[in-house]
Design a protein around this ligand. Sequence first.
Ligand code: URA
Length: 210
Amino acid sequence: MRVHVADHPLITHKLTVLRDKTTPSPTFRALAEELMTLLAYEATRNVRVETVTIQTPVAETQGLAISSPRPLVVPILRAGLGMLEGMVKLIPTAEVGFLGMVRNEETLQPETYAERLPDDLSNRQCFVLDPMLATGGSLIAAIDFLFARGAVDVTAVCLIASPEGLEAVEAATEGRDVTIVLGALDEKLNDVGYIVPGLGDAGDRLYGTV
Ligand code: URA
């Protein structure tokens, strides 16, 4: 597993505002989207491309274009939705699939409650969006799901991760082509599964406590 922690003052600045508990939902949503766009630049570094021949107004030339099948972007509902626009802004030709997972607050285990993905993901590059890599449970379940459908490589983009969550994902995905792109790697998980210092519940901060 490859892990890339973004190291850029703009990302750190935006994350600091995002973490602040006084930041209201509209600002939080805008920042999550902007952060995703910045992280998408890094996450798509190895997006597959093919050589194409085009005609400029002056001459024929060759260039690179994103190849088929198109990359698949999979936000994990609900908080991953807050990152979707930021991703497709940068890679508008990507297809979007959905995976709904909720954490059982007693067992801390993920439960899948919705799925809208192609049946066959063979040869697809998949980008999973999940803002908080906490215990790693939902991300591991999502990655397993995509590989079971034939995906060949998965890149997960998270705003913040815990060291415990990263370790769990690494152990569960050994031997697979998995990349994790992070805005920040925080200190730890607390005993109720929240990232410390983190930013609280990303879904609630994006959408309210429904
Ligand atoms: N999910 C969140 O939204 N925040 C955390 O800190 C952990 C899991």
